[in-house]
Design a protein around this ligand. Sequence first.
Ligand SMILES: *Cc1c(COP(=O)(O)O)cnc(C)c1O
Length: 411
Amino acid sequence: MTAPRPQHAPLLQFPVVDDCLQVGGIALTRLAQRVGQTPFYAYDRAAITARVADLRAHLPADVHLHYAMKANPMPAVVQHLATLVDGIDVASGGELRVALDTPVDPLHISFAGPGKSDAELASAIAAGIVLNLESPGETERAAAVGERLGITPRVNVRVNPDFELKSSGMKMGGGPKQFGVDAEAVPELLRRIGTLGLDFHGFHIFSGSQNLKAAALHEAHEKTFALALRLAQDAPRAPRILNIGGGFGIPYFPGEERLDLAAVGRNLDGVMHEVRPQLAGTQVVIELGRYLVGEAGVYVSRVVDRKESRGSVYLVTDGGLHHHLSASGNFGQVIRKNYPVVIGNRVHGGVREKASVVGPLCTPLDLLADGMELASAGPGDLVAVLQSGAYGITASPGGFLSHPAALEVLV
Ligand SMILES: *Cc1c(COP(=O)(O)O)cnc(C)c1O
């Protein structure tokens, strides 16, 4: 007997009615008519709302939840999330403009990222948001810009921790990094911030991304609080903010299981119970991107051609890696694996077959599904790539091969 093949995590966020996927309560065939073209991305408003409610139910009540908007900067999505979360984290001047259009108080908007330009620093300081300082050089520039504008910059220190978030899809801390200030160099920078008279708010400690293991997050949270308490001793004032990062992952590939959010919440509550007395005036913040929006989005393309090549079936669609680089396996993945993909208008289907879904680009990299079991499909059918609400259209090379852009809708 051979071991059963690993499966994709069960599809939970979109109902299937009459064998058709429903997004935002609308049948995908109908939604495609409404959008008026394929390819498009659709984000389910209720699924985003439900995800935030789930987080609120499991995380300690005194933790603030921020949206890291680079995961999905569509203005309608950001506006919707702005009514649900406590703050927004931006990573560019462009994202800052979108965040400032929401009702979120600038005090609850923070700006991280290496290489902030003087123009970006000036807008951020004038807006009164909190800068996450990434280096001593940036600290000096922020002080100079503040001086020029006559406004005292509000700053957090982004720390490059002396540990990493284990089993992460993307490691963002530990070892040499372009992000943050090495933990051991932070005390000196804190003294400089005091000398420069900057308005010190707190610390930002982000150690990794796309993590599905509650135990790894628990360990990182313990180390994050211990590091913050140690660094706080050298701060010009007690930290008002401690952003402990996020890194909550979602299941993309066969064999991956959903993060046990209840365990994450219980563990974090335990860790915070120990440190609360020492962090009396400190607001703890968790920043999440992918976890808030990733499962709420679907990328929809239409089959243009069906062909067979030496026994293999190819469904050629009007969408591909130019809109969805990560589903093609070319956004940081080491080994290409299939995202969950279904024929949206015939999810289960009477007849099933093994097929590959490819895009219209003249490169073998343009692959949305490689030899996957799908309902039998042909021209006119809709291919839906699930788990596509984060790092989709804005993380893709839209100009490559000059095909039309995809549309985005929040339903
Ligand atoms: C990208 C990023 C995030 C969001 O990561 P997700 O995996 O989408 O949750 C959060 N914080 C910082 C500093 C980031 O750079």
